[in-house]
Design a protein around this ligand. Structure first.
Ligand code: IPE
Ligand code: IPE
Ligand code: MG
Length: 249
């Protein structure tokens, strides 16, 4: 019948309503350490195993036509981890970019980074980030934002600093003024925030942006997460009624 895989004759894709695909999905990739511990492996093996999950999620998001995907890779609080784990995570994220940026580029993915470029992030990691962003800057099929050395509070503080350096008067400070000074004011707020590993918290992710996001919590540990879990989260989102403070639609 000439259908592409996952597409059904009623027009749905993977059983989802194609007219209500979220524009922006954000994800807290959590549970790598527990995944590894459960297998008697060092925590770092859990981070390594998370790469497949990340790539499969990107693939699934492309299949659905999701235009914006934001993934929490390293928080401003993750510096509290043991030095060896932090060092591993820096090197891992650097090598992941080197290994994966060409295939992401070929798929039409624009890669960019949200977070603080402070002295703690090694220069060579920043270089790989800049190269990946530059390589893929012209792509528009999807924007994949890696939240790296990212904190929601830090982002708001950075926006406030810009408000001050821009010399705004108090009466000029409104939501629009702050929003336009966030890291990426061009992106729509996330429709869905997914957190894996059975934890029910936000852990300083996208505090401003998730004001009206639908939160979806999954028991799956991040290294086991696959596109099917993304489709399930989108299905849950499609069953929700977003009211934005108004009355149900
Ligand atoms: C998420 O997995 C990855 C990062 C925070 C970098 P964790 O490393 O937090 O894994 P758990 O939560 O300890 O299982
Ligand atoms: C959030 O996970 C940060 C990332 C996934 C990068 P954490 O594992 O750091 O969060 P907590 O410590 O459980 O709140
Ligand atoms: Mg964790």
């Amino acid at each position: 019948m000439g259908k592409t895989s996952g597409q059904h004759s009623n027009g749905s894709i993977h059983g989802l309503d194609p007219s209500r695909i979220p524009a922006h999905v954000a994800c807290v990739m959590d549970g790598n350490g527990r995944w590894a511990s459960a297998r008697g492996l060092p925590r770092t093996e859990g981070h390594a195993a998370g790469e497949v999950a990340l790539l499969d999620t990107v693939e699934g998001a492309l299949e659905l036509g999701i235009g914006w995907l934001t993934m929490f890779a390293f928080s401003t609080e993750n510096w509290r981890r043991p030095r060896d784990e932090v060092r591993y995570l820096m090197g891992f994220n650097e090598s992941l970019l080197v290994r994966r940026r060409d295939e992401l580029h070929d798929k039409g993915v624009r890669i960019r980074f949200a977070g603080r470029r402070d002295w703690r992030v090694p220069r060579r990691v920043l270089n790989r980030m800049d190269e990946s962003a530059e390589l893929t800057a012209g792509n528009r099929r999807m924007t994949l934002t890696m939240a790296f050395n990212y904190g929601g509070r830090a982002e708001i503080v950075d926006a406030v600093r810009r408000v001050v350096t821009d010399g705004l008067r108090p009466e000029q400070v409104d939501e629009k003024a702050l929003r336009s000074r966030l890291y990426y004011p061009d992106q729509p707020d996330p429709d869905i925030v997914i957190r894996t590993s059975g934890e029910f918290r936000i852990s300083n992710f996208l505090l401003w942006e998730l004001a009206y996001s639908e939160l979806v919590f999954s028991e799956v540990l991040w290294p086991d997460f696959r596109r099917g879990d993304l489709f399930a989260a989108v299905g849950e989102y499609q069953r929700r009624d977003r009211r934005y403070g108004g009355l149900e639609s």
